[in-house]
Design a protein around this ligand. Structure first.
Ligand SMILES: *Cc1c(COP(=O)(O)O)cnc(C)c1O
Length: 390
């Protein structure tokens, strides 16, 4: 008999009843060190007092009003994002996949408004852009698309890290945009090669393409800058955000330049919940905390410490692990053992990690994790690896 919850997940037999910072407490009282943070969602850990306060204050004032009216927390959050980034304008969504929907629509409308027939968006093998029809068509992997055809047309998939293939594809006359994650998350914590994002920006400029960055997982302080593309010293035309921006409350956003958003006039897009007062009140507080340079400095210090610890872990267990990769607090352990076995062994040691493609175990801890917690987490991973080696 089919379970009451549609069985589209292979769930671990764990059920948490409470969260405190980097800790999740199981119904039976066990305390798990959370190195997954809800897949990069709980950017400030669980039950951060400032977020609890922002949410409850807003809940006591106003939960929901339609986008038929002005929404003050939404306007404040948009203004703050515009101040802090390349963007001139922001549309709020409730998830990454909705941000993908709008990014794709915006790129198409941009061409239509200019009377151009350039609907194709270049995307990359191993990418992940969410589970909507546009998201799965954009990523294109059989695992996500099998049986869901006919797929949304207009995407051309390129190999990851092949500048020559990219150069050739970008010159095709029907291509209008490039969509890429600066650091692939689901694809196995694969950062774009050094310099490649700059090259992609230059190709976009050369051919008049829109650069759409998917920073749903790698954005909001995760790599040690507010957004990952800042490391490359470039700016996109459109950017998808979600996950960390809501700190655990469903919130996403599409940021864009005035030019890229040119086709999006009144009536061309909407969302009932997008930009909801509760979500935006929380998002504002997340942004206030994460955008502080001192906070980002601390993320970078902790990232260096975690990386060094993980290098030690790999060296101690060459039969289980192959290497470390990633940026900031978005790190992947490439495994020799099955990554799902490593994650499961972690459950036995009360540490939570997340599997990704390419046999990688992902570490996406809360950006607020302490060095002691990092050390304790890696100790637990070490104990987990020992159970696998024997
Ligand atoms: C998680 C993710 C998405 C989809 O976000 P949802 O909130 O699950 O819809 C899109 N892109 C990237 C890079 C992601 O990591």
């Amino acid at each position: 008999m089919i379970p009451a919850v549609l069985p589209t997940y292979n769930r671990a037999p764990l059920s948490f009843v409470k969260g405190e910072g980097s800790w999740l407490i199981e119904a039976d009282g066990r305390r798990f060190l959370d190195l997954g943070a809800g897949i990069a969602v709980n950017a400030l850990g669980h039950a951060h007092p400032a977020l609890v306060e922002a949410l409850t204050d807003q809940a006591n004032a106003l939960w929901h009003v339609s986008n038929l009216y002005r929404i003050a927390p939404q306007e404040k959050l948009a203004e703050r994002l515009v101040e802090l980034t390349f963007a001139d304008t922001v549309f709020f969504t409730n998830s990454g996949t909705e941000s993908c929907e709008l990014a794709v629509k915006m790129a198409r409308k941009y061409r239509a408004a200019r009377g151009e027939d350039r609907p194709v968006i270049l995307t990359f093998e191993g990418s992940f852009h969410g589970r909507s029809s546009a998201g799965i068509a954009a990523a294109g992997s059989a695992k996500m698309t099998d049986g869901f055809g006919p797929l949304l047309p207009g995407f051309r998939h390129l190999p990851w890290g092949d500048p020559d293939a990219l150069k050739a594809a970008a010159a095709e006359p029907d291509v209008g945009a490039i969509l890429v994650e600066p650091v692939q998350g689901e694809g196995g914590i694969r950062p774009l090669e050094d310099g490649l994002l700059k090259e992609i920006r230059a190709l976009c400029d050369e051919h008049g393409l829109l650069l759409i960055l998917d920073e749903v997982q790698c954005g909001v302080g995760r790599t040690g800058r507010l957004f990952a593309h800042e490391w490359a010293g470039i700016a996109p035309d459109i950017m998808m955000v979600a996950k960390g921006i809501g700190g655990g409350f469903p919130l996403g956003a599409v940021l864009a330049t005035e030019g890229a958003a040119g086709g999006m006039t009144a009536g061309t897009h909407g969302s009932t919940y997008g930009g909801n007062p509760l979500a935006c009140a929380v998002g504002l507080k997340v942004l206030e905390i994460v955008a502080d340079p001192a906070f980002l400095d601390a993320v970078n210090r902790k990232a260096g410490f975690l990386r060094q610890k993980l290098e030690g872990l790999v060296a101690a267990h060459p039969d289980v692990f192959e290497g470390v990769r990633g940026e900031g607090l978005m790190l992947g352990l490439r495994c020799r053992a099955a990554n799902t076995d490593v994650v499961a062994a972690g459950y036995g040691e009360e540490v939570l990690t997340v599997p990704a493609a390419d046999n990688v175990v992902r570490l996406l801890p809360a950006l607020t994790i302490s060095e002691d917690e990092i050390a304790a987490g890696v100790d637990r991973l070490d104990a987990a690896a020992r159970t696998l080696a024997s």
